[in-house]
Structure formats: C-alpha cells, structure tokens
Design a protein around this ligand. Structure first.
Ligand code: CA
Length: 144
C-alpha cells in the first residue's frame, strides 16, 4: 500500500502541482482547501504525512497543526510564505517536522517529504509501521 499524503492548500494551482508531483513519486494524495476539513480528514483517513499551508482562508494553519498534534503524531510539513526566522521557529514549535518557504520547487518538496520519516526513530522490533516510504526496504512486514 502506498503512503498517503494529505495536502492542505487553498491555492488550487499549487495544490494540483504538489499533488501531481507526489503522485508521480508513488504517493497516494488526498487534498483539501479547508483547514477545518483537513482536521476531519486527518482523523478519518489517517494520512502518513500532512503538507500544511499556513495561510488558509478558514482555519489558520497554526490552529490546524495544533489540532492535529492533539490527536496524532503524523509528521507535518508546513508551507509558508512567511520567511522570517521567527515564523519558521514558531512553525517548528507547533509541531511541524519540516517547513518549505514559498515559492518552492515541487521536486524539492517531494524530496523533503521523502526525507522526513528517515529522520524519525525507527519502529520497534523492525516492524513496518505505517507503510513508509512506499518502497521501504529493511523492515519486516507483519512482525511485532
Ligand atoms: Ca494559502
């Protein structure tokens, strides 16, 4: 099963661009333009990673990140137009695992998405938990 990425971005062009690059890299992509919907989708669909735009029209990305952190430890990659150091630090404090400042290269974004789980501690007992990355080698499916 391919890893699932939830893309939360209100700019449709950007959302579609990110989606197509991720799909080409082998990910299953869910997307929404709404922060409120993102919180619901994260709970119902349990994505393996969330790409979160900070500038959303309904619920601010900061709030979405906080809500996500209450219910899960799903990695969050933030998209932000705010390049000030203070804002980046704030994003990381909110629980983001990484961030990309707009404008960004879609290829770089995909590389960062692929890199996030590698920087996290490996699952116990060599088990595959959750299927990540899509073609992960070196873990034993089904062992626990
Ligand atoms: Ca936006």
């Amino acid at each position: 099963m391919a890893a699932t990425v939830l893309v939360v971005e209100d700019e449709r062009k950007l959302r579609d661009l990110v989606r197509s690059y991720l799909e080409r890299a082998g990910f299953t992509v869910l997307s929404t333009e709404s922060g409120a919907e993102a919180i619901t989708m994260a709970m119902t669909s349990a994505p393996d990673l969330v790409i979160l735009d900070l500038g959303l029209p309904d619920v601010p990305g900061e709030t979405v990140a906080r809500e996500l952190r209450v219910t899960s430890s799903t990695p969050i990659l933030m998209l932000t137009a705010k390049s000030a150091e203070e804002d980046r630090i704030r994003g990381l404090e909110l629980g983001a695992d990484d961030y990309v400042t707009k404008p960004f290269s879609p290829r770089e974004l995909v590389l960062r998405v692929q890199a996030i789980p590698r920087s996290r501690s490996p699952p116990p007992n060599g088990a595959c938990s959750p299927p990540w990355p899509p073609s992960r080698a070196g873990c034993t499916p089904g062992s626990s």
